[in-house]
Design a protein around this ligand. Structure first.
Ligand code: ADP
Ligand code: MG
Length: 665
């Protein structure tokens, strides 16, 4: 059955659903709620002034409706809740008036004004609350399609679908006594009580993590057999290159280069991750890797997640390789078709030694003559599938990942289980560590003065507005409000810019470039500012509501300042959870902070503010589900070792999946 055959799904709705990434019934039923409302009748006697309230009762009086302002209205009426009459006030629901008839049972959700026996309602439901608490799934929605609508379509899809697509072998369903997939999905969308909901969520998360670990374990096992390129490179030549660099490598950088050198001259394929804090100097290590690769006669491709980063790398490398006979080019989606074609041609004819770019580097049109090394920067292992796609092109280049997210060793061994890892733990000399202060919201005047002080020294500032998961609208209002505030405080003498996820890539790039050129002095931004962006003149970052972030996420954010010898500052504004945030004022060691995060909140926000690539799970969250991940690791390991013993339909699906990893996801 197709999506458009569902009741109520016409061409328009179809487009809206597509926008949410829903293209078929399976997508629809695995569009899971991101949270749940528990609707439980409040007990008036224990509520305090201004508490949240959910109450049902019988409408006692016809609502009065007033209009004011532009398209605004206010309605009030009395609700009989059994032992008393409550006054209900609700704004902008005038359209409900004709349904709110005296005698009708309704449910009101809002804030309780105990002194005046009044409820300021934010929602009215035209039905009575059942006696047992109701669990209401809430879906990520947008302006044009509501959570309620999505729920309706899902229920209709569920009733039209006999079996959900299952990938979990029966032995593990039995081992943990898990409910079957179809039931689990049905419960997740239509929960009746907490325990079964928990079981259902657990079941679905386990399956996701099992598949994830199966892929990783497969790669790990398989890597031993995968032969790569043979190279002969003189170490002296590499050392000469290193000695001519404008600075001396740190001990950790030297160790990384050593690891890479040995990987590269070894016939086994390299699959290595370099992890190190922002600013620890990973790029130069990548540069040396590319030089070694060049010496052995192969092409290198270095992929960055954004055009800005790619361009930054490109300019940097052109300089570093200027004295060598090495051809460096840039390939991004932005290039005109003609320019792209020219680059494709040169790549195919081996006239380019090093190509820097975005995902555009690995589209079908690109054919490398002899690609020997692929480096991906600042991406959390989107490599699993990409590696497979290289394989399908008949290439076996060595692979190097760079990540600015230091994670605890035990954890790394799980999710990066198939890779070798090198770490850069110390910062290059001459860099002053960022000084971090914790301030409460009523110290804002002091903070504004500190900002002014930096501006007067001609430095630039990032101001970060937190992301609130639930609503795009609130986020936008938040950042606009912050932007206005900054403009009121500094707009007269300084230029304030704004950057957020609702802007197009071009708009974002434009603002970012203006900031790089110091045409903007204060950049108010959500966390969309990319990891790795390098504006050396930015010396201060102010993060509002910082309690909303994980420690590692903040640490990653503040890495965007302190990128040269100037003293830089990070100011954490928060009225809550300040105890947890204190460690950030005490250390700049990303590994220490990630250990702390790990202790405090499972795996914490180890991946900073966003997960990407293979780590995009629908339900599972590396933050909270570490225990499930560990089980999935052992189980998938066991399963892989015995996979030939299984011959049922699930085993066959899994085999096909891992042998032909192109179809993963
Ligand atoms: P990241 O690890 O975040 O990618 P970069 O490689 O961009 O960090 O390095 C940050 C800055 O430090 C760059 O300007 C780079 O030139 C400089 N740098 C790197 N290594 C050293 C070193 N050993 N000594 C001095 N400066 C260095
Ligand atoms: Mg970098």
């Amino acid at each position: 059955m197709n999506l458009n055959e569902l009741a109520g799904v016409g061409p328009k709705t179809l487009i809206l659903l597509n926008k949410l990434g829903i293209y078929n019934l399976n997508d629809l039923i695995s569009y899971y709620p991101f949270r749940y409302n528990i609707l439980k009748r409040s007990n008036l006697t224990v509520l305090n002034q201004d508490d949240n309230i959910i109450i049902d009762g019988i409408i006692e009086s016809r609502p009065n409706l007033f209009f004011f302002g532009k398209k605004k209205d206010k309605m009030n009426f009395k609700l009989n809740v059994g032992n008393m009459l409550l006054s209900i006030i609700i704004f902008n629901r005038g359209y409900l008036k004709n349904k709110l008839l005296p005698g009708k049972y309704i449910t009101v959700i809002g804030k309780y004004d105990k002194f005046h026996s009044t409820v300021i309602a934010n929602d009215i439901r035209l039905s009575k609350l059942p006696d047992i608490p109701q669990i209401e799934p809430i879906y990520h929605a947008n302006y044009t399609i509501s959570s309620n609508k999505i729920h309706k379509y899902i229920l209709s899809a569920l009733s039209n679908l006999s079996n959900a697509d299952n990938y979990l072998p029966e032995i593990f369903e039995n081992k943990y006594n898990l409910i079957n997939k179809t039931n689990a999905i049905s419960i997740v969308h239509n929960p009746t009580e907490i325990n079964s909901l928990k079981n259902a969520l657990y079941r679905l998360k386990y399956e996701e993590l099992f598949l994830f670990m199966l892929k990783i374990n497969y790669l790990k096992l398989n890597n031993n057999f995968s032969f790569g390129l043979k190279r002969i490179v003189s170490k002296t030549q590499v050392d000469d290159f290193i000695n001519k660099l404008p600075f001396k490598l740190t001990t950790d950088q030297i160790k990384c280069v050593d690891d890479i050198y040995h990987d590269l001259i070894d016939e086994k394929r390299m699959n290595r991750l370099i992890q190190g804090d922002v600013g620890s100097g990973k790029t130069i290590v990548a540069v040396i890797a590319m030089y070694i690769n060049f010496l052995s006669g192969y092409q290198s491709a270095m992929m960055a997640p954004t055009e800005i980063l790619a361009t930054q790398h490109y300019e940097n490398m052109k300089k570093l390789f200027a004295d060598y006979n090495i051809n460096v080019e840039l390939l991004t989606g932005k290039l005109k078709i003609k320019e792209k074609k020219k680059i494709y041609e040169k790549l195919f004819n081996n006239e380019i030694d090093i190509i820097i770019g975005t995902h555009a580097l690995f589209t079908d049109d690109v054919i490398y003559k002899n690609l020997g090394l692929v480096i991906t920067d600042e991406q959390h292992r989107f490599g699993v599938n990409q590696r497979a796609s290289l394989k399908n092109k008949g290439l076996v280049p060595d692979i190097l990942y760079m990540s600015a997210t230091p994670i605890p060793r035990t954890y790394a061994l799980t999710i990066y289980g198939d890779m070798a890892i090198s770490s850069i733990k110390t910062m290059p000399n001459g860099r002053k560590p960022v000084i971090t202060y914790l301030k409460s919201d009523n110290e804002i005047t002091e903070v504004l003065n500190m900002m002014l002080n930096e501006l007067k020294q001609k430095h630039q500032i990032y101001v970060i507005a937190p992301l609130i998961e639930e609503s795009d609208k609130i986020n936008l209002e938040n950042i606009v409000e912050l932007y206005n505030k900054m403009n009121r405080a500094f707009g007269k003498f300084y230029k304030v810019g704004m950057l957020h996820g609702k802007m197009s890539t071009e708009e974002k790039d434009e603002v970012m470039i203006a900031f790089e050129k110091n045409e903007i002095q204060i950049l108010v931004s959500t966390t969309v500012i990319e990891v790795g962006v390098d504006v050396k003149n930015a010396t201060m970052m102010v993060i509002f509501d910082s309690y909303r972030f994980g420690l590692s996420a903040i640490h990653q954010l503040r890495g965007r300042v302190g990128r040269n010898s100037l003293q830089s500052y990070c100011i954490l504004m928060s009225n809550r959870n300040t105890e947890r945030l204190k460690i950030l004022t005490q250390t700049n060691d990303g590994f220490k902070i990630s250990e702390e995060d790990f202790k405090l909140r499972g795996s914490g926000d180890l991946f900073g503010v966003k997960q990407s690539g293979d780590m995009n799970f629908k339900l599972a969250n590396l933050k909270n589900d570490y225990d499930i991940l560990l089980k999935a690791k052992d189980d998938s390991d066991y399963y892989l070792k015995n996979i030939d013993l299984y011959n049922d339909s699930i085993a066959n699906k899994l085999k096909e999946m891992i042998y032909n990893s192109n179809n993963l996801d």
